[in-house]
Design a protein around this ligand. Structure first.
Ligand code: GLN
Length: 190
């Protein structure tokens, strides 16, 4: 099983290092034909409008969307989660490209300037008893999950920061930055 990591912009190397530590074969994806070699895809954090434009430029937007519709597991972290979301609450320029596969709304930069970045320990049921240290960097939050969407993690105030819709996974934080392998292992088992 090869895990593709979209490598157009953002922190794809950190995802790759994490997967290599776990022993999972990885492939940096920049070309449509590389999609034939992968069984799963991670879309990293970065800048979602930039990644969206590059997806079009590299001819990857439609092929990835088709693979996602056909059931390939895709995990988006932060900017990747924004690209997976079907709706954007605000801040996506008209016509901005996105995969729009998941029945959920992403609200970009939801923590404002002052709290642009922070870390918090969070209990997430699917990862077991031990809380996970989560890193938020100019992160979005997720809203209005559709009927097929399961909320995986919320902040203390109830705001959704991780969700899953069958084979699609979205996290507003960055498990690839903390050295905690549990979320990556969970994705490998989807
Ligand atoms: N704020 C970025 C965006 O809107 C996401 C930040 C991140 O991926 N860490 O795309």
């Amino acid at each position: 099983m090869t895990i593709g990591i979209l490598a157009l912009q953002g922190d794809f190397r950190e995802h790759e290092e994490m997967l290599q530590r776990i022993g999972a074969p990885t492939l940096q994806v920049r070309l449509p034909k590389q999609l034939e070699q992968i069984d799963r895809l991670i879309i990293p954090g970065g800048e979602s409008t930039t990644i969206g434009k590059l997806l079009v430029l590299y001819g990857l937007l439609e092929p990835i969307r088709e693979r996602g519709k056909a059931g390939m597991p895709i995990w988006g972290t932060c900017a990747g989660a924004i690209l997976l979301a079907r709706h954007i609450a605000e801040g996506r320029p008209e016509g901005q490209p996105a995969l729009a596969l998941m029945d959920i709304t992403a609200r970009r930069n939801a923590f404002g300037r002052q709290l642009d970045s922070f870390e918090v320990n969070m209990a997430i049921d699917l990862l077991g008893d031990e809380p996970i240290n989560t890193v938020f960097i100019r992160a979005p939050i997720l809203e209005n999950p559709g009927a097929g969407v399961t909320t995986l993690a919320t902040l203390n105030d109830g705001r959704i920061v991780a969700a899953q819709q069958s084979h699609l996974l979205a996290t507003c934080f960055h498990p690839e930055l903390t050295g905690d392998e549990r979320f990556h292992r969970y994705f490998l088992e989807l």
